[in-house]
Write a protein that binds this ligand. Structure first.
Ligand code: TXA
Ligand code: MG
Length: 309
């Protein structure tokens, strides 16, 4: 249980440019003061993240965002519908923005999000600066959805606010609102259909790599992954969806009832468990490419792609 004094302690650490791992409804974030180059550099160092990969800024609400980015009419509209929640908007950086320059890695845009998790919100209310927070994993590893995953990544070096399992389980949808046509840079819990219902049409996504997070191999466990498997080999572990295939002792089922929301919440935890298992590789059963399944398949495709870095 996170107590009021844990929040106060975390706020204190953050104000001294220390890092704190925070629960959000999507995945755990590795938080630091977004106005401080020192804190932002510490995040890059802890993650082992290439310097060109910009970070998401977490704010309490749209008014807080407006201090640092241009909140366009489209952003205003999306915030009304989806904030607080798993939607990240890439917006023009304000000329007078005091955000760390390192944070946006030289881009003149900034990604902002208002998280819904009550502990993240309590913490944001307790500090007077926005929080830079990428997923709390080392670069190239899968995102953590439990406090223990964060401990596995960083050991006891980093203070963690334990908010239990993340309800959504995959990272936020990232939408770029800096061009005329809004474009989804990373699929997530807020779907394309939900976004276009609010905005009208969207630009074609995936045509260019704007977010380095779109790089093919990003969410990679150490073991080779085979997706859309209709059989399991004896040296493989199985990540099942629905009725599991037979042929291996080592199985994790994303959702026995084929519920995509349950599958998303389980995805990274189960990938971690299978990656740590005795199997040599991981076979993944097909997931329907609809609703949250689009984001799940996106993460699985990246995990299955040969490592590029
Ligand atoms: O759900 C989430 O979004 C989690 C939680 C902690 O909020 N955070 C997260 O952060 O996934 P991260 O850093 O692992 O992924 C951020 C993504 C990356 O793909 C990054 O390249 C993209 O957002 N991004 C950040 N700033 C950007 C910008 N200015 N333009 C384009 N893409 C940007
Ligand atoms: Mg990440």
């Amino acid at each position: 249980m996170v107590q009021k004094r844990d929040i106060e302690k975390a706020a204190e650490l953050l104000s001294q440019d220390q890092l704190v791992a925070i629960p959000t409804e999507t995945v755990y974030g590795l938080g630091g003061n977004a106005l401080s180059d020192t804190a932002v550099a510490a995040i890059y160092a802890a993650k082992g993240r290439p310097q060109f990969n910009p970070l998401i800024v977490h704010v309490l609400d749209v008014d807080a965002a407006a201090r640092y980015v241009e909140v366009t009419p489209q952003a205003e509209l999306l915030a009304k519908h989806f904030w607080p929640g798993p939607l990240t908007m890439v917006l023009p950086r304000r000329k007078d923005s005091t955000l760390s320059l390192l944070l946006s890695a030289g881009l003149d845009s900034v990604a902002v999000r208002s998280p819904a998790h009550p502990i993240a919100r309590e913490l944001l209310a307790a500090i007077d600066f926005p929080l830079a927070a990428p997923s709390a994993n080392r670069s190239g590893h899968v995102s953590p959805t439990e406090a223990q995953h964060v401990r596995d990544e960083f050991g006891d070096k980093i203070t963690i606010l334990d908010g239990g399992s993340c309800a959504v389980g995959i990272e936020s949808t990232v939408i770029d609102l800096t061009a005329e046509m809004p474009t989804i840079l990373r699929p997530g819990a807020v779907t394309e259909a939900q976004l276009s219902a609010v905005l009208g049409s969207l630009g074609k996504s995936g045509t260019q790599i704007k977010a380095p997070g779109m790089l093919e191999s990003h969410y990679a466990p150490n073991k080779p992954i085979r997706i859309n498997a209709d059989n399991v080999k004896s040296n493989e572990a199985l990540l099942a969806f629905g009725e599991p295939l037979e042929g291996t002792q080592i199985t994790q089922n994303l959702s026995a009832t084929e519920n995509l929301q349950e599958a998303a919440a389980n995805l990274f935890r189960m990938m971690r468990m299978l990656d740590a298992s005795a199997a040599e590789a991981i076979a993944v059963m097909p997931i329907p490419d609809e609703g949250l399944g689009i984001a799940i398949n996106d993460r699985l495709k990246r995990a299955a792609a040969p490592k590029s870095v």
